[in-house]
Write a protein that binds this ligand. Structure first.
Ligand code: DX5
Ligand code: ZN
Length: 215
């Protein structure tokens, strides 16, 4: 069974409370929350005050994806806002090892995301310190983009690395996941599906989540 983490970036922000209610009633495992700073990525989304409010609506885990520069400056704030899992980008962290330890010290699960151009073997020396790797299957910054096919090879290579090292690191895949391509992504070795548009733009979001969950 896949872990399903719908991305609220594609939700109706005017009806956030209803969207959260829908997710609570669904089989969704986590809420995926995309924070963008207009510097690391060419878009600005939402941040701490919104996450703080959302925290009141659910007990499901918050998987917070920081697409921001210098994420280490805000570890404490995101913990306080309610993050359970914090995803930082390999490309944004020259002192990645230190940033990982800082997130763990705050009692959160830690994940590192890699952009489509970043090879999975760049993670080999820190893999044992991680709870999760987020493989970006689109260039981060926007919802509703197409899945980059080469990602499947990256998922397979990462799965192999994790198995060879006998680790229990989750592989999360983020971007362009649809009901059509989800099976191949799961077969390649993905444990967690992040899905924005596929869930929130569908006629029956709960049924879509249930369908993803079955894979
Ligand atoms: C992209 C974000 C994704 C995005 C996924 O920068 O990290 O989480 O919301 O959206 P879809 O599923 O529409 O590609
Ligand atoms: Zn994301």
């Amino acid at each position: 069974m896949a872990i399903v983490a719908p991305s609220l970036l594609a939700s109706n922000f005017l009806k956030l409370q209803d969207e959260c209610k829908m997710l609570n009633e669904s089989e969704a495992d986590w809420f995926h929350l995309d924070v963008m700073d207009g510097r690391f990525v060419p878009n600005i989304s939402f941040g701490l005050p919104v996450i703080e409010q959302l925290r009141k609506t659910t007990t499901k885990q918050f998987d917070v994806h920081l697409m921001i520069e210098e994420p280490e400056k805000y570890t404490h704030e995101f913990k306080n806002a309610g993050a359970d899992r914090l995803i930082i980008h390999w490309e944004a962290c020259p002192s990645l090892h230190r940033n990982i330890q800082q997130i763990k010290a705050h009692g959160m699960k830690v994940a590192v995301a890699i952009n489509p151009h970043t090879p999975v073997n760049f993670l080999s020396d820190i893999l044992g310190d991680l709870d999760q790797v987020c493989i970006m299957s689109v260039n981060p910054g926007f919802g509703g983009q197409y899945f980059i096919p080469h990602t499947l090879e990256k998922i397979k290579s990462l799965k192999k690395m994790i198995n060879e090292k006998k680790l229990k690191v989750l592989i999360e895949v983020d971007g362009g996941i649809t009901l059509e391509n989800a099976a191949s992504i799961s077969n390649a070795g993905a444990d967690v599906f992040v899905a924005g548009s596929t869930v929130f733009k569908s006629a029956d979001p709960k049924a879509t989540i249930a369908a993803l969950k079955k894979l």
